[in-house]
Write a protein that binds this ligand. Structure first.
Ligand SMILES: *Cc1c(COP(=O)(O)O)cnc(C)c1O
Length: 566
């Protein structure tokens, strides 16, 4: 028996299946994983997002590593069920009709978390409006704002059209969904026969809303010119409600979301602290992200856990017991995962890698702050490390946003290094990083490399996927790794922890590079090549200490206690 959903979870992207390209990266994967845990743990959530018919994009890389993008349309009707209900939004005076497609996330006990994919591609809409729900993060500012109207305002109206009348909490997963608060305010005012909402109504809406912020990078915080927002929404009351809109010529959706929610959080402890500094007028808590364990554990490790830790899928905490799994079995499962990754590399890039050689993995958006090229700061030193290791392999993957030229240049620079690194270091750059490649990559390498410039990585989740598969991280102390790192026990740190206390110097990239080489030379390479038991113990601790904790089951429980039921 299903209960009617009580928590509406709004996210501009939700990643549920590799064959549904309705996500660009971490935010969408997190949202999908969270909803899967809700289904597993029988928590009455409903997800709301846009259908993104043309997907994000398919990445092509030519021999020189130059990225081009292709649309990746998918057949919506094959994977989702169309609902008969219709809702409408008004965009610049135009009445735009919406429909919803439903996907059921089903838990092992049959509990269903419905996910609604909003779609404007209806014959009654104008040609332009029909394409509003086509492209994730595509188009110009106007297109983006209209999409946010569909998500926030259209989403609330669609829930009403579907008679989901038990919604108690609205969760804005990132500021893209902030307009939902406005819709709740306007509905309340209209119900009371007034054209404008009151301060009491603002208070009541705040009581019902939760807001999670996901990045300290300014570009991640949506801001729209106030005249554009006023034109699209057909409203001119921004200045009358300073406490809601805090306008200075712009509509800042992060501030709108903060003003219209009772509980706000960042996505890791350190990100909570950084967000608190960014928004000193608000109280910002932290709930550290997680991953859906059953989704991100490779088949060899699933079989291993099924043998030794029955029930681990429902009770992720029981992965603590991984310390008792015999080392030889952990090594054997990892070797299988590594062989699967290498088979994929051979198929897609026609490159043959050596299964016994130390292999580092790096998969993430090619944004420059992630510093994908930190490993290549000193190439002779890297080659010497490769030589000492008896061969070093590095597998990269990651897309640059179509408008991010520096990110694209970074990919080309890395691909261009391949020849100069041989024969000591073999470098592979996999095309079109997506969930499927993410599964191969995070489980199949020996060490997961993570080098963003602190404090810009809010959480990061790929290292958590790796941990579930016994793959330790070698990472700067930022995001989740501040909490997950125990030196030489769960992996290794690069550089020093970032400090929020200003001491005159900014984070030192050269120092991080030197530290990265040092850790490879003194720890990773000798442990991997000679101290096999010690290395396998790090693998077991990665599972037992980090896999057991950095998952969406634990994360959902924390949201329930701190936000939904509070
Ligand atoms: C897990 C995942 C991400 C997020 O990983 P980060 O560590 O946050 O960069 C991004 N893209 C894909 C395809 C993923 O599977």
């Amino acid at each position: 028996m299903n209960h009617s959903p009580q928590i509406a979870y709004f996210s501009m992207e939700i990643a549920l299946l590799p064959e549904m390209p309705t996500y660009s990266g971490g935010l969408g994967v997190l949202a999908g994983d969270f909803l899967k845990s809700a289904a597993d743990l029988r928590t009455p959530l409903v997800g709301i997002t846009l259908v993104h018919r043309q997907g994000y994009f398919r990445q092509r890389l030519d021999a020189a590593g130059r990225q081009t993008e292709e649309p990746c349309p998918w057949i919506v009707g094959r994977l989702l069920r169309e609902l008969p209900a219709r809702a409408h939004v008004t965009i610049e005076g135009r009445r735009v009709a919406l429909r919803a497609w439903q996907y059921d996330v089903r838990g092992p006990a049959g509990f269903v978390v419905p996910v609604l994919f909003l779609d404007t591609n209806l014959p009654e809409n104008s040609e332009w409006d029909r394409h509003l729900t086509d492209r994730l993060y595509g188009g110009d500012t106007y297109y983006r704002f209209c999409q946010e109207v569909v998500l926030g305002i259209g989403g609330v109206r669609m829930l009403r059209a579907l008679e989901f009348d038990s919604i108690r909490n609205y969760h804005m997963n990132e500021g893209h969904a902030a307009l939902l608060g406005l819709e709740l305010l306007d509905t309340s005012a209209a119900a009371n026969g007034r054209p404008h909402f009151t301060l009491e109504e603002v208070e009541l809406v705040r009581e019902r809303c939760i807001f999670t912020t996901h990045t300290p990078v300014p570009a991640g915080h949506d801001k729209f010119p106030l005249d554009l927002a006023g034109r699209v929404l057909g409203r001119h009351d921004f200045h009358e409600h300073h406490e809601v809109f805090c306008c200075e010529g712009v509509l800042n959706l992060t501030l709108l979301a903060l003003n219209l929610s009772r509980y706000h959080n960042g996505v890791a402890r350190s990100h909570g602290e950084v967000s608190q500094l960014m928004f000193p007028r608000y109280v910002i808590d932290a709930i550290t992200n997680g991953v859906h364990a059953a989704t991100w554990t490779s088949e060899p490790f699933q079989r291993l856990f099924d043998r030794h830790i029955p029930g681990w899928r429902e009770d992720n905490y029981s992965l603590r017991n991984a310390l008792r799994i015999p080392r030889a079995e952990v090594r054997a499962a990892h070797r299988q995962a590594k062989e699967r990754l290498f088979a994929h590399v051979e198929q897609t890039c026609r490159r043959e890698l050596d299964v016994s050689a130390l292999t580092l993995g790096f998969g993430r958006r090619a944004a420059t702050y992630k510093r994908a090229d930190l490993l290549f700061q000193d190439i002779p030193r890297l080659k010497a490390i490769g030589k000492a290791a008896g061969g070093l392999q590095v597998i990269y993957a990651g897309k640059a946003h179509p408008a991010d030229q520096p990110g694209k240049d970074l990919i080309a620079r890395i691909v261009g290094l391949q020849r100069s690194l041989r024969p000591e270091v073999e470098l592979v750059y996999l095309e079109n990083y997506d969930m499927a490649i993410g599964q191969f990559l995070t489980s199949g390498v020996d060490v997961w490399l993570n080098t963003p410039a602190p404090p810009l990585e809010a959480s990061g989740t790929s290292g958590m996927k790796a941990a579930l598969n016994g793959v330790p991280s070698l990472s700067v102390l930022d995001g989740w790794w501040v909490e997950g790192h125990v030196e030489g026990v769960t992996g290794w740190a690069i550089g020093k922890p970032w400090s929020a206390v200003p001491n005159g110097d900014t984070h030192d990239g050269n120092h991080d590079g030197a530290s990265l080489y040092e850790k490879l030379e003194e720890q990773v390479v000798p442990w991997f090549s000679r101290r096999h038991n010690a290395f396998t113990d790090v693998m077991r601790h990665a599972i037992a200490m980090n896999g057991s904790f950095f998952n969406t089951h634990r994360m959902l429980n924390q949201y329930a206690h701190k936000a939904y039921l509070a």
